[in-house]
Design a binder for this molecule. Structure first.
Ligand code: ZN
Length: 430
């Protein structure tokens, strides 16, 4: 049967938020919810990279607790994943505002992707979406901001999540509810009347976007278009949210110059204003290749794609020197030249992203190479603690923080331990 919370996506979308519906969500739940009185905020506490790697567990549950484990998942990019319209096992025993041991019955549960460790800062786009989404839900059910609480407030002796300050969070929620921060995250269209496009959009504007980003122009904004858009946004230093709003239109169609990268760097090879633009050196290339060996050589001398050895679902498919992307799947077969060319192109992109993340912080070639190797493997140069430490000239601290990134799908991987050690050693080498 279809459960009661079918209004969730509409309410969130009207608040200007990104929403993805997880198939089957309308009929997913332990049973019907009671009256919604408020929202309980959680973080997933799983140690995985990526936007919403915990999603499947939120749907299925864990060995000790049946799913669904929440109504909404919140990805690091601020996307709300609608998991269930019925009752979810997220709260357990506890009490908030006089409602006792009825957290699952009377509260909507939101699980935001975050490890809960200090090394995993909350992206601004995710935190803003969290506050805005809670505000929209509370307004819809006719509750005030006091009806949003942290799991750690509802069950203080059992739960530490979420790891941010809840009174401050409620203040921000309240200001959204009062309309003090009214502008939606993304306007519905830009000054030239180009509509904001996201997954699910159709029509001529989608075709135009697809031509701009090199996707087959079928006029349907699906997963491939979204992935291609994210990649292009990453390359031009826009927020890679997979949504084509006013900023993306302006940059992609050439109305506006590319956003300025950090001082002293440039995206397209113009001379920077002083400090030289760094490229990956030989030591870095050697290190990366030693961990990304061209696997699966066939009898004809070409290379086959292989599943990611560390992840539980084998995704993403990988080829050559660790290359991944929408153009790579289990049927991909590349020559050595193709592998090498893609590696060189990827290195240039990753090096630019590292340059942009470290700005004009003084950096040796060895430090730079280690940072690029780290970023090529994790994609996390913008948010990692080691980047902040490096930029603050805390080189010993940065070296130490390489060693924190050793898990994949929650398990310590020996290959990652070795790689982080090698990167830390290169980083510290004179
Ligand atoms: Zn929780």
């Amino acid at each position: 049967m279809t459960y009661a919370l079918t209004w969730l996506p509409t309410v969130l979308e009207k608040a200007g938020l990104k929403v993805a519906e997880v198939p089957g969500w309308r009929t997913r739940g332990r049973r019907e919810m009671g009256a919604v009185r408020g929202v309980i905020c959680h973080h997933t506490a799983t140690m995985q990279l990526g936007n919403m790697p915990t999603l499947q567990m939120l749907v299925d549950g864990r060995c000790d607790l049946a799913g669904p484990l929440c109504h909404l998942g919140l990805g690091r990019d601020g996307t709300f994943y609608v998991v269930a319209a019925g009752l979810a096992n997220h709260a357990g025993k506890g009490s908030w505002e006089g409602i006792t041991d009825r957290g699952n019955t009377n509260f909507i549960g939101i699980e935001a992707e975050n490890s809960g460790h200090g090394d995993d800062p909350w992206p601004e786009v995710q935190m803003e979406a969290y506050q805005r989404g809670v505000a929209a839900i509370l307004a819809h059910v006719g509750a005030q901001s006091n009806m949003c609480c942290g799991h750690k407030e509802y069950a203080p002796t059992r739960k530490p999540d979420p790891n941010f300050d809840m009174p401050l969070f409620r203040t921000a929620v309240q200001s959204f509810m009062l309309g003090k921060t009214p502008s939606p995250l993304i306007a519905a269209c830009d000054a030239k009347r180009r509509p904001t496009l996201r997954r699910g959009a159709r029509g001529g504007a989608v075709e135009r976007l697809q031509r701009l980003i090199g996707v087959d122009p079928d006029g349907i904004f699906g997963a491939l278009t979204e992935a291609a858009l994210r990649e292009v946004q990453r390359q031009v230093c826009l927020v890679p949210d997979g949504i084509c709003g006013p900023k993306s239109w302006a940059v992609l169609s050439g109305d506006q110059p590319l956003p300025a990268p950090a001082p002293g760097t440039s995206l397209h090879g113009q001379p920077g204003d002083g400090s030289a633009r760094m490229k990956v050196g030989d030591a870095g290339l050697e290190l990366i290749r030693s961990f990304e060996s061209c696997e699966d050589l066939q009898a004809d001398g070409r290379f086959k794609a292989y599943p990611d050895p560390g992840s539980s679902d084998g995704l993403p498919w990988t080829i050559g020197w660790g290359s991944t992307g929408d153009d790579i799947d289990q049927n991909s077969v590349w020559t050595q030249e193709q592998c090498d060319a893609r590696f060189a192109a990827d290195m240039a992109v990753y090096a630019e992203q590292v340059v942009s993340a470290i700005g004009d912080a003084p950096t040796t070639q060895n430090q730079f190479d280690a940072l690029v190797s780290f970023h090529y493997n994790t994609g996390a140069i913008r948010t990692a603690t080691l980047t902040r430490r490096h930029n603050a000239k805390d080189y010993a601290g940065a070296r130490e923080a390489f060693g924190w990134w050793i898990k994949n799908d929650g398990k310590v991987m020996r290959g990652l331990v070795r790689r982080r050690k090698a990167e830390g050693d290169l980083y510290a080498a004179p």
